[in-house]
Design a binder for this molecule. Sequence first.
Ligand code: PGA
Length: 256
Amino acid sequence: MEIIIQATPEAATSVAARIVARLLREKPNAVLGLATGSTPLLLYRALIDMKLDWRRVTTFNLDEYIGLPQDHPQSYHSFMWENLFRHINIPKENVNIPDGNASDIPGCCAAYEQRIRDAGGIDLQILGIGTDGHIGFNEPTSSLASRTRIKTLTPQTRKDNARFFGSEADVPGHVITMGIGTIMEARQNLMLAFGNNKARAIAEAVEGPITTINPASILQMHPDAKVCLDAEAAAQLKRAEYYRWVYDNKPDWQHL
Ligand code: PGA
């Protein structure tokens, strides 16, 4: 894992935005895995401002709530159109988000996996991390080999997401999420985390044992995983000074 620590969420986001922009310039038909939540909002704003060409880009979102109408303001369909897609030139048919209202959810999950394969696999997956260490909605104890499927949210995640819904009771209990096995097949993973409420989950994921109890810890097994952090999210990392030194002393040829 490459741990990139910057002073602020804005600075960490600008590193992430450069990584995404470089991919889109080098590979105009790139396949991007996208995330929702508060964390990637700055990234999407930065990417919009960069005026990149998205005409041949294909996207796959990590997850969606089950049972929320697509046009519900808190559905991840609404989130993505509001915060990214309507501001860029991506064709609608290139956008893939799990269908939380499918009549056959297992069939829809299998079809999602097949669409990822048909697209040639995901080049770069953007990830947030839950305060419980989840990636996508793969909650603690998720199989590290899991594929796209239904998951039940933990009380912690429903509490964390209540801020979007008004109350915890309004947060749907079930979701469709790409599996950890699906995420691990992305050629690059780029995880972002900001704020001190993420510090423990990040310390466990980066420096703890690989365990289903912190699903993000599986990224230790990924050959190309980067983690972009602000100072607060990095606060519990024991080797933070080393990660900073590595990043600050990268030879030019290794830099972005
Ligand atoms: P957040 O969510 O970006 O809203 O903190 C992250 C996540 O749950 O993956």
